[in-house]
Design a protein around this ligand. Structure first.
Ligand code: PGA
Length: 258
């Protein structure tokens, strides 16, 4: 049976208090759902991580950091290390989100360093890859994504690949003005990514979840999750209300035909 990976990146949209209220309500609303069917993960702001981990029962909600530095210590004022995140009891980190790439200039090489350090410190990594509208128009989306994926995973020992989840998030689909990818297009891209992963590792490549993100909402969630290659949904705006995220989770679970 397919286990669904569903989560949200809260970006810079909730204060500490709002985050805790959100998590409390999300846990209550989804507690009855078997975690054999659902991996539910939330990325609060860095400042809210410590309180968040105290607020939730980790058997219901996995808390992740939105970013970590690429080394464990050093002269990097204002940064947060994977080591200290792990020490807090956090198990997951987001690497390569489109906003990190576009707003903060994270390159594929830098992302590879963040992934490597996070894995070495024992964190699970949700690695995002995404094509731009220009890539799509030039019909080079696949090439771009293969490059991003291969560079990000370069040099990672095979045994650590089980600590990787992938999110395909087209830049043109994310945020205000984004247009959701058609389920068929997303599925075909996931197929390409799967092929690369299996090429990197026969053992783990077929097991790494590949999650879709970008303008997911109540109306498109079912069609997306019903695609054979889509293992989960990574949701921004539509997930920032706990009740609505709960609704989307139940819509997605209905695809499992239990
Ligand atoms: P969105 O954001 O669902 O609001 O488009 C997705 C994301 O940025 O991960």
């Amino acid at each position: 049976m397919k286990k669904l990976f569903i989560g949200s990146n809260l970006k810079l949209y909730k204060t500490n208090l709002q985050t805790l209220q959100y998590l409390k309500s999300l846990q209550e609303l989804t507690q009855d759902i078997s975690r054999d069917l659902l991996e539910l993960f939330i990325f609060p702001t860095q400042l809210a991580l410590s309180d968040s981990i105290g607020e939730v029962d980790r058997k219901y909600i996995t808390i992740g950091a939105q970013n970590v530095h690429w080394t464990s210590e050093g002269p990097y004022t204002g940064e947060v290390s994977a080591r200290s995140v792990k020490e807090l009891g956090i198990d997951l980190v987001l690497v390569g989100h489109a906003e990190r790439r576009q707003v903060f200039g994270d390159t594929d090489q830098l992302i590879n360093k963040r992934v490597t350090n996070s894995l070495n410190e024992g964190l699970q990594v949700l690695l995002c890859v995404g094509d731009t509208i220009q890539d799509k128009e030039l019909e080079i989306s696949e090439e771009k994504l293969v490059l991003q994926l291969k560079t990000a995973l370069h040099g990672i020992p095979e045994s650590l690949l089980e600590k990787i989840w992938i999110a395909y998030e087209p830049v043109w689909a994310i945020g205000e003005g984004g247009i959701v990818a058609s389920p068929e297009f997303a599925n075909s891209i996931h197929q390409v990514l799967r092929k690369i992963l299996v090429g990197i590792s026969q053992n783990y490549g077929s097991k790494i979840p590949i999650i879709y993100g970008g303008s997911v909402n109540n109306l498109n969630a079912l069609d997306l999750i019903s695609q054979p290659e889509i293992d989960g949904l990574f949701i921004g705006r539509s997930a920032w209300d706990a009740e609505n995220l709960n609704k989307i989770i139940r819509i997605a679970l209905s695809a499992l035909n239990l």
